[in-house]
Design a protein around this ligand. Sequence first.
Ligand code: ZN
Length: 331
Amino acid sequence: MLSMNWGMLGHEWAVTLLSEHVAREQVRHAYLFTGPQGIGRRTLALRLAQALNCTQPVRPGEPCFQCRVCQHIDSMQQPDLAIVQAEQEGGVLRVEQVRDLQHSLALAPYEARYRVALLLRFEEAHPSAMNALLKTLEEPASQVILMLTADSAESLLPTIVSRCMVLRLRPLSIDQVARGLQELWGIPGDQARLLAHISGGRPGYAYSLFRYPERLERRRVWLDDHFQLLSASQVQRFAYAETLAKDKESLRMALLVWLSFWRDVLLRTAGASAEISNVDCSQEVDEIAARIDLSSAHRMVSTVERILDLLSRNINPRLAAEIVMLDLPHR
Ligand SMILES: [Zn+2]
């Protein structure tokens, strides 16, 4: 099973393309994998690193997943694989991290064919860190492959994007994710369908909700809080905002959950027949959609989107939470 499609769920076109690059020895110096979080960007990059450096490939471009190098890459513990990312999600990737990487890339590979640098969530890179990486992209060393992940190519400097081969990963169908969760990880059918829906077609996110049930529970709490806030006073809302904003990462995660909920409301308000993501809250979605108009639903979606964007640009978290509270409709 694991050998098919590099053991990936979906993105078959990308696996085919990349395995051909490896098999034909036409590997590019830099790849950029874009798409929403949990779609499989990092997994695909790690699989490519395995295909490049596997010591016993099944055939060219087809890693064995068994050899020591394959296993160490899988656990991100292989000496020729450098991982560079902001210390926490929503943080800042610093220029010093890129400089340290450049020092290690100047050395010959330790045991593998290529040194691979995996720069995760590169939209979080400080402008000086992006500029520093340009130098490495402009003067690529022959045994170095750079792999970047980002939410979109637009979030990076155009000069970086133009030096990478860009692979845009898109959400899979709900059916494909649900089937994959059952086949690859033996998740029971009902649960697999619920997770596939909540994930909006992002297999990595769906799997993480299964693997870490506390994330699923936290999502439920944030949704319940949100429904209560709809009937809460402005004072209660601001008190809630103050507590939530104490942890910026929690605030960001809560906003993502609420955004997904308001997108569902928007879908229903617009009378679209498409399936909603939060199928376990369909009653709440319908109830709110029945009471607000299209433009209010629109405004709520764009407010949360805007605040998430500002949060990534270091707006004060408490201010961010308060703006959302001010725009929240009253029940
Ligand atoms: Zn291998």
